[in-house]
Write a new protein. Sequence first.
Lengths: 251, 185
Amino acid sequence: MFPTLQIGPIALQVPGLVLILGLWLGLTLAERRALRAGLHPSSLYNLTFLGLLAGVLGGRLAYVLTYPEAFMADPSGLLSLNPGLLDPAAGAACGLIAVLIFGRRKKLSFWPVLDALTPVFAVLAIATSLAHLSAGTAFGAPTDLPWGIHLSGASRHPSQVYETLLGLLILGVVVLLPGRLRFHSPGVFFFTFLALTAAARLFLEAFRGDSTLIFDRFRLAQIIAWVLLAISLWGLGKLSSPNPARSETQS
Amino acid sequence: MVSPPSRFRLFYTLTLLLGAGWIWVSAASPNSTTSGLIPAPQEGFLAPDFSLQTPSGETFTLSDLRGQPVLINFWASWCPPCRSEMPAMQRVYNDFNEKGFTVLAINVTNSDSLDEAIAFAQLHKLTFPILLDHDGSIDRTYRVRSLPTSFFVDGEGEIREVVVGGPMSEALLRVRVEQLFQEPP
């Protein structure tokens, strides 16, 4: 595991680097999808960076409001680059709100934009697995299988590698699917990605060694993935059912 | 013949039933998730135990500090970010030490000058224990790849966070120490 890359006196955080590279690669793939959907790629870039900026600012503000004494003692902490001083839930909410407001102002259609961004989500899912692999986090349960990796005092399932491989498979589907479908309803790519990702998490969480348990037995991530799978399949069902009111978009 | 909507409903129901079955089958057995009992230098694991001496010869053993939050910080006097974060660590130590918080600042003495390490601690009036890792064995046990590296350990001896690199801001230190005093997440 390589959490840091030492270049002279500078220690670069490998997980952060992998995520930035993932975002860049995902946006590059999304450009083509955006053009097909009649969206200008710059709208996609603006939307993404506005969402990230609002997410970081909102996440930091929420953290400051939760621990005001710490930041009053050290106001320079407001500008700290440490992502550990962000509230992820508040950051996600702020990012989402900013994206919705921007989309509304620019008159961007919700589902085509989400479809165009699907490669970004798919590449980021792979980048997250690789970031976990480099940091040694999100580790697997102990195993006697020959492909187990020695990590944290035991031979363990290489859960991060499983996630990366399934992530690559999902990315392949997400990238190749538009060429296979002659007609599709807006939202179908996003719901397909969501269904596949939820199914992958539901399956692979069983091999994790750090699951959060509920009722001392069931893995929380599997329950959430099961609910997301139900929602995404329901969405796909709605999109594929005959509905003359909904216009079809040529891929 | 089954119509497409009926076929989809069947697929939907079967998939969700299969998923629910997998959740049931793969429910965690007691040893399938870490409960902080295995010693490893990783978040969620028990902090590996050690005994080290200060320059004055006083011995500190990590397991003796069970019950109180501890910050284990690996540092060297030649490392600029290590030097930058030490004053903030001292201020946080001053504020939380009475409640039971301790800092164990492990100097990687095998790759540092002992005299310069002691001079630095005296210059900044560091009052928390400066421990000397003469042979680098604790540095290797904790798999330290960059300096500084910090391990926030809770009262149960479990590593709650690893911060690689620095300097850590005082706000981060204060927040993490406050969290260590709170109930486990």
